[in-house]
Design a protein around this ligand. Structure first.
Ligand code: NAD
Length: 519
């Protein structure tokens, strides 16, 4: 094959940025440019303060973008690290969408594909207009023979849309289209990209399609073993991504329905998860009950799958997948009802602290966060204050987002006029609260800085146990409860506080909690 020398990613988001960084890091001989029309995003990618918080991303970017030396953890090791020497930079970020696309051998489309909000299929179908528009720009400038890769998650048969656009703008010019969906999870994006369970490449079965797939496989081969690269048909690859997300989300909704049964029977949902997870046919992952799934992908991809089934005249299949989303909404409402009930049926005059605003730990991404739904529900009960803290989001970003979410009423809900107060530290957020809702499993909520714990290990353990029990039941905290002196509280249940039967059953047993790694 002709060697690949230049690659362009269109879309510098959560997928485009980290994927391009790892690809450039692993292929020093390839020049990788990420383009985006959002100039503020690009300038953050060019700066020291990247627009995305992902463990390990800074180091990878430092090596590939700046050519600086860095020490990076070795594969499968928590301790062993590998030193990377200085090298020639090969990762670039730009708002110029023409030249890097026009020169690229491979163009990855990694733009956003949200759920359609208006018109036919509103609320379920995927809105591919952003994807289409990016594709139209690519079609005009891409060099003949370039490989165009769908990295975004798209409905099955979207490659045909790309083909149609190319036929209109560049009739007769040879281009190959591949599907290469991304399976990374936010919060572990770099580790997932460096050690993927599989790389899926969808191509047409023609000899030029298979050649294009082999060229892309070679790029991945720089760090991914051949056995982990799977070549399938285009339609299968597109559909596999939707199904993968739907299956993962389905497990969360399934175990959450079981959590409701446990709460009424006295069974422990984490016992159930352990018991069934040891069956290798089921497996232990994604079986942690909690508040439910969030993030930009799961809901939109299940809805897209459900819509696809509906449009194929398979209403039963559509209803089955839609119910996964319905359970997720119900689980969130269940927590809110429990908070209200625990606080004697009224939130009037009470302060509630929310720890965790992003959709899961180790990310600053707040898209479709269940925390936001909880806040919306709680606001309707007119509490005196809702105090929010998240380790990954700045108060300014949270305030701006809430103002935008609440539209015209937005500025009125943020303090000093409104009830929402966003804090830069968890202790002030919790001081004086009637209840603390830990909605995201950030480690710092579980493992407080030990220097701030002021007692013997046994006393701390006993205090944490008591605090956990209180939190779990969302009970009113005692008036003399001094949060600043008792910061061990944050070593607590990582997800929502729906149930904490561990505390009831085994005092002091603080090793695992329901809801861990939930989303
Ligand atoms: P994102 O919103 O973070 O980033 C998309 C970027 O594309 C934005 O910065 C936007 O400005 C840019 N863009 C849009 N149109 C453009 C154009 N015409 N030219 C240049 N730039 C343009 O989205 P994301 O989270 O990175 O997701 C991208 C795709 O990957 C989606 O289809 C998503 O479903 C899929 N995906 C996301 C994840 C995830 O964890 N976020 C995981 C796997 C797959």
């Amino acid at each position: 094959f002709d060697p690949v020398t230049k690659i362009c990613f269109v879309g510098a988001g959560y997928v485009g940025g980290p994927t391009a960084a790892v690809l450039a890091f692993s292929n020093p001989q390839i020049q990788v440019t990420v383009v985006d029309r959002d100039s503020s995003r690009i300038s953050r990618w060019q700066s020291k303060h990247l627009p995305i918080h992902e463990p390990g991303l800074d180091d990878i970017v430092r090596v590939a973008r700046d050519g600086t030396n860095a020490t990076i953890l070795a594969r499968g090791s928590a301790k062993e690290s590998v030193a990377f020497p200085e090298r020639t930079p090969n990762l670039f970020f730009s708002t110029d969408c023409e030249q890097p696309i026009g020169e690229a051998d491979i163009i990855f489309l990694s733009v956003n594909t949200p759920t359609k909000l208006v018109g036919v299929g509103a609320g379920a179908a995927t809105n591919i207009s952003i994807f289409e528009s990016a594709m139209r720009s690519i079609a005009v400038v891409a060099k003949p023979g370039a490989i165009i890769v769908e990295k975004s998650t798209v409905p099955c048969r979207t490659a045909q849309v790309i083909r149609d656009i190319l036929d209109i703008h560049r009739p007769g010019v040879p281009f190959e289209i591949l599907s290469n969906p991304e399976f990374l999870a936010e919060g572990t994006a770099i580790s997932d990209l460096l050690h993927p369970s599989r790389v899926l490449i969808g191509s047409s079965n023609t000899s030029s399609g298979l050649t294009a797939a082999a060229r892309l496989a070679l790029v991945y081969n720089a760090w991914v073993p051949e056995a982990s690269i799977l070549n399938v048909h285009l339609w299968s690859s597109e559909l596999a991504k939707l199904v993968a997300n739907a299956m993962l989300a389905q497990r969360i909704s399934s175990i959450n329905t079981v959590s409701a049964i446990c709460e009424k029977t006295g069974a422990d949902v984490s016992d159930i998860a352990s018991a069934i997870g040891m069956d290798h046919r089921i497996g232990a992952k994604f079986l942690h009950a909690g508040l439910g799934f969030g993030g930009s992908c799961f809901k939109k991809d299940i809805l897209s799958l459900s819509y696809l089934a509906e449009s194929l005249d398979l209403p039963e299949v559509a209803a089955y997948w839609k119910s996964v989303v319905d359970i997720n909404v119900w689980q969130c409402e269940r927590l809110v009802k429990r908070v209200i009930k625990s606080l004697n049926g009224s939130l009037t005059g009470k302060k509630l602290a929310i720890l965790g605003y992003a959709f899961k730990k180790d990310t600053s991404d707040t898209r479709e966060s269940q925390s936001i739904s909880v806040i919306e529900h709680l606001l309707r009960e007119r509490p005196a204050e809702i105090a929010i803290y998240d380790p990954g989001c700045t108060p300014a970003d949270i305030c701006t987002e809430l103002q935008a979410l609440f539209g015209a009423a937005g500025s009125g809900i943020i303090a000093p006029e409104g009830p929402i107060n966003v804090h830069a530290d968890p202790y002030t957020a919790c001081t004086g609260s009637s209840a603390v809702l830990i909605l995201t499993d950030w480690d710092q909520f579980r493992y407080p800085p030990l220097s701030q714990a002021d007692s013997s290990a046994a006393a701390v353990e006993s205090y944490v146990h008591t605090a956990l029990a209180r939190l779990a039941q969302v009970q009113v905290l005692p008036e003399d409860w001094d949060l600043n002196a008792q910061q061990t509280l944050f070593r607590s249940q990582p997800q929502c506080n729906i149930e904490c039967t561990k505390c009831n059953k085994a005092p002091g047993a603080l090793k695992s909690y329901p809801g861990e790694n939930l989303k």
